[in-house]
Design a protein around this ligand. Structure first.
Ligand code: GDP
Ligand code: MG
Length: 442
């Protein structure tokens, strides 16, 4: 597979300290191929790769990474930034009834998504939701919305194929006002391809309804075609968000990047099944991993760059070596380092399956709480106390406990644990810790 090739290139670049014009070319070519394979549209790929190149050139390679790994990191960050920028839940900050207008081609998933959103808003945000169908061209479409709205536990406003979409929309809005509906979701007709009549109709609906959200629904399996559709809808309507449906299919989801880039509108939700609960808030990070198909390298790069501060680790190691002693400040730093790396459960996720099974016997939530409590206790000490815990007498222990909101026994327990750890550190004489930090980054 392509990502294997990319991984091999990454390995070949070991030992180079900087991303340069020479060593970046092959990598970028593979990145371009990976994006095209994920069905990102060609012009979007060109743009994206150029941006990455500009960001990458001349960059120093951090820690134990090689230029290839660093570049994958840059690509990933750029993907997340592009797709995740300005992402938020639905905007409901308007005088109710807040109107959501659904737009998109026929078969993209508008009706299904209307019901999914009705359920989402009803359950998660406790809203009274009304749906209405303006799809008067296909007799079954109105019935379909009625059925799925019932599944969503929301209300449905009747319409018939002999009505005009604009009249239906006005009547529904009027009803919503009188019945104190919080959110009115207006499902619309789509065509198989973009055509002027459809665009005119939805523009009229938009003008009459003044929706707070105008969502463009697009099928992730549409791949390259998604760009042209998105362009046409963006020109016709001020889109406020995108819903990417059928993400449960086997596409790598490159349409997300294309559509985001072309419309400028944030991707708000992803449809992940035909069922009423198959809707997820869009997660740019997870999606970047899917497009790139290089989860392991990305995870490694992020760990090294965000987590392990090599300089601090070196200082710490030198300190232990010089016999100056490992104190509570160092202990606190370790805890904070671990938090930066995503906490215990994140770390556990990266362990091999066998070790995970063992770790599974530990109550992770409890362990996390325990660590947070320890952090709280150390933070309640003075810097001097952190350096010389022996100085902490009973009255101070009580004050520290009160400051951290724990029992005095917990302060004692922490001090005992720390003493044991200090003993261990002395035995390790620094080399072990340094090795451990290095291992995390390679
Ligand atoms: P509309 O023409 O835009 O209203 O599209 P529909 O809501 O009728 O959906 C068209 C088809 O796509 C239906 O068979 C849906 O069940 C299916 N569908 C919609 N969203 C999803 C999704 O997220 N995943 C899957 N697997 N199917 C979906
Ligand atoms: Mg429909």
């Amino acid at each position: 597979a392509l990502s294997d090739k990319l991984s091999r290139l990454v390995k070949e670049m070991r030992g180079q300290a900087r991303i340069t014009e020479a060593n970046v070319q092959d990598m970028l070519r593979e990145v371009r191929m990976a994006l095209l394979e994920a069905d990102v549209a060609l012009p979007v790929v060109r743009d994206f790769v150029a941006r990455v190149k500009e960001k990458a050139l001349g960059q120093e390679v951090v820690g134990s990474l090689n230029p290839g790994q660093a570049l994958v990191g840059i690509v990933n960050r750029e993907l997340v930034a592009t797709m995740g920028e300005g992402v938020s839940d639905l905007n409901l900050a308007a005088q109710p009834p807040v109107v959501i207008l659904m737009a998109g081609l026929q078969g993209s998933g508008k009706t299904t998504t209307t019901a999914k959103l009705a359920r989402h808003l009803g359950e998660k945000r406790k809203k009274k939701v009304l749906t209405v169908s303006g799809d008067v061209y296909r007799p079954a479409a109105i019935e379909q919305l009625k059925t799925v709205t019932a599944q969503a536990g929301a209300e449905w406003f009747p319409s018939t194929p002999d009505q005009k979409p604009l009249d239906i929309a006005r009547a529904a809005l009027d009803h919503a006002r009188r019945q104190y509906v919080d959110v009115l979701i207006v499902d619309t007709a789509g065509r198989l391809a973009v055509d002027e009549a459809m665009m005119r109709e939805i523009r009229e609906l938009h003008a009459a309804l003044k929706p707070t959200e105008t969502l463009f629904v697009v099928d992730a399996m549409q791949g390259q075609d998604a760009v042209n559709t998105a362009k046409a809808f963006k020109e016709a309507l001020p889109l406020t968000g995108i819903v990417l449906t059928k993400m449960d299919g086997d596409s790598r989801g490159g349409a997300a990047l294309s559509v985001r880039q072309v419309t400028g509108a944030p991707i708000k939700f992803a449809g992940v099944s035909e069922k009423i609960d198959g809707l997820e808030v869009f997660d740019a990070e997870r999606h970047a991993g899917r497009i790139l198909g290089m989860g392991d390298i990305v995870a490694l790069v992020e760990q090294v760059q965000a987590g392990v501060d090599m300089q601090a680790a070196q200082k710490l190691a030198a300190k232990v070596k010089s016999g100056e002693g490992f104190d509570l400040n160092d202990f606190l730093m370790q805890i904070q380092q671990m938090k930066k790396m995503g906490g215990l459960s994140e770390l556990m996720d990266k362990l091999p399956a066998q070790m995970q099974a063992k770790a599974g016997q530990v109550d992770m939530d409890k362990a996390e709480r325990d660590i947070r409590r320890k952090e709280g206790i150390i933070c309640s000490m003075t810097p001097l106390e952190r350096r010389k815990p022996d100085l902490i007498k009973a009255t101070r222990k009580r004050r520290i406990a009160a400051g951290a909101g724990v029992h005095v026994q917990e302060v004692n327990r922490l001090l005992n644990e720390f003493e044991q750890m200090q003993g261990m550190m002395k035995k390790m004489k620094g080399g072990g810790l340094m090795k451990m930090m290095k291992r995390m980054g390679s």
